[in-house]
Design a protein around this ligand. Sequence first.
Ligand code: GN1
Ligand code: MG
Length: 370
Amino acid sequence: MPAETVARCFQVPGRLVALQPIRTGNVNDTYRAVFRTTSSEEQFILQRINKKVFADPAAVMANMKAVTDHAHQRLEAEAEEADRIWQLPRVIPAHDGRDYSVDENGEYWRALSLIASASSFEKLNNPEHAVEAGVVLGHFQRIISDFPAGELADTLPGFHITPQYLAKYDAVLTSEDARGRLDHSSEARRLAKFVEERRAFATVLEDALDRGELQLRPIHGDPKITNIMVDNFTGKGTSIVDLDTVKPGLIHYDFGDCARSSCNPAGEETDDLSQVRLDVDLFASLVRGYLREANAFLTEADKHYLYDSVRLIAFELGLRFFADHLAGDVYFKTSHDGHNLNRARVQFALCESIEAREPMMRRALEARQP
Ligand code: GN1
Ligand code: MG
């Protein structure tokens, strides 16, 4: 069913006047829909949920609805004391009252309210932006930290459990096609060696969870810098978006993902590996903003693992891209041959840079603790 037809299935007043594709995500198809009446305009985000990734889109929407309802209640309760107006997407119901609409091909679509007068960026622009990105993530984690993680469905089994990505990578390597891709590329073999050298490290967070040092909480799941919105008028962080990976997990994967995506000035799509690095000054600013909010709920053990989380998530994402390349590009959207291989090279280069800066990053984390 064309997106124009689906856009009309949700409870939005007026007539559809425009539908513009937004081509940033690696998984779902996204549009901005504009509806008008004679006296008003409403814009919202329309998304087709990728069923190859999310096997149970209804459960994804149930998680999203429960967490955003809870977060909106907290935002309203804290609005008077807050230093800004925080925004958060709301799930817009379909005409039949459900949180999604299913088209005649069985595809699932959702509508989400648009964040007003705000922009997101591919990378951090300056230290103030870094502080704001940290504040936005810490604030979101804080207002959902009292939501019972056990009430959320595990919509993506294995998502952000690094040892499970290693197991999948090993399984991919048993196929002849994957072995062929490895044998024909010295760069792919270099990356395979990189993975082998870090196998033991891959369990660092899950071991801490098993020992009872860390605990499962609701997490965002995908707080990369492009999902953090900054107010066009005030320059302050105003919202975090892309809530379909909200699920029980370790908040460390969130912190790591925010840091690895925001503090690498080259971005994750660069071809120039020499520009890839973890900028420690930006990281220190991000940490300052994050802990301003997150100190309210982080334990000492949580803080102990923050450095490892940044190193681990760069490794994990590189491993996911690399495994997808070897599997024949079946998960992430790609625009050219070798796209996922290059993305993996970037994340592994970033991981090395994080390893080289460990003492400085640990100092930045310690300096920010009261
Ligand atoms: C995917 O589609 P997007 O851009 O929101 C992926 C994240 C990765 C990210 C890397 C469900 O997110 O885990 O970190 O690409 N989402 C899923 O850019 O796998
Ligand atoms: Mg996402």
